[in-house]
Design a protein around this ligand. Structure first.
Ligand SMILES: C[S@@+](CC[C@H](N)C(=O)[O-])C[C@H]1O[C@@H](n2cnc3c(N)ncnc32)[C@H](O)[C@@H]1O
Length: 838
């Protein structure tokens, strides 16, 4: 690694997934009263904006002063999501009998599903921490939700933040761009939609953020989705590259997106209920400063959108300067090619107010209702695009949606849904690097390099006041951690992202953008990177290139060892990030849609933080007798499972439990091996002790390998709360004692162990038992997301023992899941027995 390469290190990410359950250290429960939840400027500003009907104003303010209720989403869909919902309802929420209950003299509202969220998969409850601590029933609910959140079955997410993806209408064939995606709660939702009913969607999700560290967080958050259809990139969204192969004009063959989410950086006062310090630092200048950035991100996204495609613009602020003003300017500048959609028929249970037609802007001294009025009073930093104009009345801005906290006990949010109905006007493409010149007004300066420059009000020559300019710059800088700084200048806005008129293929055809006639089709295979900065190592400082892997010898060996069936696209869809492609450390599987994007990105315009699902990892065990140097990665197992025909061991549910609880199983004498069958002479060990000694070394290797698996593409991302979680099913030996060494005796199991080769193998539960437990079987994995995957685990068949290849935490989670299923099965059986006639 070069000296100048600044990688994010593990220590940079002490915590991977946000621990949403931990109390905010800066804001202890008692702190609520310490902060005065009022701000005169805030009240004056929003009263002037008319964002809330006057008769509701007090209620609006009162709600803002209250802590936010807890909301969570059950991940995925289908049987497993439904089962978890039923379990929550039956085992926990049923105690409320659908209404409020008195617990120790307090009235507690029952947890309730969010009425507008499909299939009762999102829930709301409102217990204070004190109540959670006081009442065992609530504590149990809290613990359960905490556990499911850690195991990835649910996601705690603010209710209103779940809304934008629901309006995006993502289908499995869509190519989706999430322009400002970190930390990734909406990306996860979008990925679930893409994977609806399919392990291999033809579409893809490109999740981007300009902040390199937040990109790592994004990678980490989405890792549990186990999707091969995700690409995480690190660009400034105002200049996001339009990817096209070498020699292919972008206007002909550039990659466009069917769905784009612009969940832009904003002043965030809609989150004031959970971030009460906003009361102290709130200022109208924050919104003014962010408006130009929001506009540039959205206008650039319009260029990247397919004709016919949909763009959702969202913020978590009430501020019309960041909301309606941006949407109005987008409509004006795109001159009819972008249409604001009427979504009133969609999610009718979601209470919202229509967008404003009139609003005001302030320079801190005065309120102005039009640019004409404002320009008389300059100098100031206001822009013409911040104001409604004579035409605004004709724009259907009432189709925008504003969610106010007191309507459904949520945070505040703003959403607008736009559709590209025709090609954008040519003049929009001519100032990508210059100003988004306001469509009204007389004089507006360029907005250079993502920073709002001074806009002088007439008369010319009067400069904006220094504090205002600084405030605006500060607000934007805070929202947009400078992309340039994280990669030693390599990540400056791309030179040219200009595109011409689009005749790209219609929406819904991810992977269809093809090179123009006459241009050589890009080849799938190793490429040198041809970097500007480090020859042969890729274009982007600090990030290794994404290199397709096609080595027939290496892949052939993997294919033979695991008996991968022919329909697994082994040679077409594996990539690595290793610089040494002769012995890559890890192999990642990418979906066909991602492959197509990477092929198109011949010039490495995309700065890819991570992509693909890790499926194989090099086993650096020098002593290993295994003929295959690559073991299966646990996270890639759900995807590989239907294609693996060798090295499979089916265990009884009890044996499976033993394996994940004890992590190592001793093999009987007659199964111990000195030399593997595959290497020529099959021989059982004559000297069991010698074999055991070797095996212990091998076990140690595999054990150590397991926890290192986490998030290596997102360098520095930490493990998810490992070790902190309670591990009720894990049978830990008392300190200092060796774990009990279990030996299997079932002849069906032993017969399988005899036939498999030394090295990595995959254990599942016998089909008949899996079905009885309501699990998918190994050959039946219609949904790839790990939360829905069949129970399977990677293990190592050593010479004298059999050892799991996953971390203790993963074992604990599997054990818990299995225990839950077995308990449910037992309960069902008991119920049937009782119901049966004597
Ligand atoms: C409101 S947050 C996004 C939240 C995210 N969509 C989610 O649901 O988890 C805005 C994000 O935009 C990123 N950002 C700020 N300026 C940006 C820019 N110019 N281009 C891309 N991302 C930017 C910030 O780093 C931040 O992560």
């Amino acid at each position: 690694m070069g000296k100048n390469r600044k990688r994010t290190l593990r220590r940079d990410f002490k915590e991977g997934r946000e621990d949403v359950w931990r109390e905010n250290k800066r804001q202890k429960p008692g702190d609520w009263s310490d902060l005065e939840p009022r701000n005169e400027q805030f009240e004056e500003y929003y009263k002037a904006q008319n964002i809330c009907p006057p008769e509701e104003w007090e209620e609006f303010l009162k709600t803002l002063a209250k802590p936010l209720p807890t909301t969570f989403r059950i991940n995925g869909h289908g049987k497993f999501a439904d089962d978890l919902r039923v379990r929550l309802e039956k085992d926990f929420f049923a105690e409320f009998h659908g209404g409020a209950v008195m617990v120790a003299g307090e009235v507690l509202e029952a947890p309730r599903p969010l009425a507008w969220y499909p299939d009762k998969l999102a829930w709301h409850f409102n217990f204070s921490r004190a109540q959670l601590r006081k009442h065992p029933m609530l504590e149990a609910i809290h613990e359960l939700i905490k556990r499911e959140n850690e195991s990835g079955s649910i996601t705690r997410q603010e209710a209103v933040s779940m809304v934008p993806p629901l309006f995006l209408d993502v289908r499995s064939e869509h190519r989706v761009l999430d322009t400002c995606a970190a930390p990734g709660s909406k990306t996860a939702q979008i990925l679930e939609m893409l994977h609806y009913g399919t392990a291999m969607p033809t579409g893809i999700v490109v999740a981007n953020d300009s902040d390199a560290q937040r990109c790592n967080l994004l990678t980490h958050q989405t890792k549990r989705m186990c999707s091969p259809a995700l690409v995480v990139t690190n660009h400034d969204a105002t200049t996001y590259p339009m990817v096209a192969p070498r020699g292919v004009p972008k206007e002909v063959g550039g990659v466009k997106y069917d769905r784009i989410l612009c969940d832009v950086p904003c002043s965030g006062d809609g989150t004031i209920r959970k971030a009460q310090d906003i009361w102290r630092r709130w200022s109208a200048g924050n919104g003014n400063g962010l408006h130009p950035l929001q506009l540039r991100i959205t206008l650039h996204a319009c260029k990247l959108l397919e004709t016919g495609g949909r763009l959702v613009y969202s913020t978590c602020t009430f501020n019309p300067i960041e909301d309606e003003a941006v949407v109005a300017e987008v409509l004006r500048k795109t001159k009819g090619s972008m249409e604001l959609l009427d979504m009133s028929g969609h999610l009718p249970e979601l209470k919202r107010l229509p967008g404003l037609k009139k609003w005001v802007a302030t320079d801190k001294t005065n309120f102005y209702s039009s640019w004409d009025e404002a320009r008389q009073h300059g100098p100031h930093k206001l822009l013409p695009s911040m104001f409604p104009d004579a035409e605004s009345d004709k724009l259907p801005l009432e189709r925008c949606m504003r969610i106010l906290p007191h309507h459904s006990d949520t945070g505040g949010f703003f959403i607008a849904v736009l559709q590209k109905v025709a090609k954008l006007p040519d003049d929009l493409y001519h100032h990508d690097q210059k100003a988004v010149t306001p469509s009204t007004g007389t004089k507006a300066e360029a907005i250079e390099g993502g920073t709002a420059a001074t806009v002088e009000a007439a008369p010319a020559g009067e400069a904006a006041t220094a504090p205002e300019a600084a405030e605006a710059k500060g607000a934007e800088a805070a929202a947009k951690p400078a992309e340039a700084k994280d990669s030693a200048g390599a990540c400056k806005p791309e030179a040219d992202t200009e595109v011409g008129p689009s005749n790209a293929p219609a929406a819904g055809t991810a992977g269809s953008a093809a090179p123009a006639a006459g241009a050589a089709a890009p080849q799938w295979g190793p490429r040198g990177g041809g970097g500007r900065n480090r020859a042969g190592a890729g274009r982007w400082h600090g990030l290794d290139p994404v290199v397709p892997m096609t080595d027939p010898v290496m892949l052939g060996a993997i294919c033979d060892f695991y008996g991968l069936s022919d329909d697994f696209p082994l040679f077409d869809q594996l990539v690595t990030r290793s610089l040494d492609t002769s012995r890559p450390k890890r192999l990642y599987f990418v979906s066909a849609g991602v492959r197509q994007l990477l092929l198109m990105d011949e010039l490495e315009q995309l700065k890819v933080t991570s992509t693909g699902l890790k499926v194989f990892e090099r086993q650096e065990n020098k002593d290993s007798l295994s003929p295959c140097k690559y073991r299966v990665a646990q996270e890639g197992l759900p995807l590989l499972l239907p294609y693996i025909t060798k090295q499979m061991v089916q265990l009884s549910a009890t044996e499976f439990c033993q394996l994940i609880n004890h992590r190592a199983i001793i093999l009987p004498e007659n199964l111990k091996r000195v030399t593997d069958k595959a290497t020529g002479s099959a021989a059982n060990a004559a000297d069991g002790n010698a074999v055991e000694a070797d095996d212990a070394a091998e076990e140690k290797d595999t054990e150590e390998a397991a926890p290192k698996d986490e998030g290596e593409q997102a360098k520095g991302s930490s493990q998810p709360q490992a070790g902190k979680q309670q591990q009720p099913q894990q049978q830990q030996p008392p300190k200092g004692e060796k774990p009990a060494r279990i030996m299997w005796t079932d002849p069906r199991t032993l017969a399988q162990l005899e036939t498999i080769q030394t090295g990595c193998c995959v254990c599942t539960i016998r089909d008949e038992e899996a079905v009885a437990l309501g699990l998918n079987t190994s050959k039946q994995a219609p949904e790839a997301l790990s939360v829905h995957a069949p129970l399977a685990i990677c293990a190592w068949r050593g010479r004298g023992s059999f050892t799991v290849l996953v971390s203790k935490q993963e074992c604990a989670q599997l054990a818990e899941k299995l225990a839950g299923l077995m308990k449910a099965q037992e309960g069902q059986a008991n119920g049937q027995a009782q119901a049966a006639p004597p």
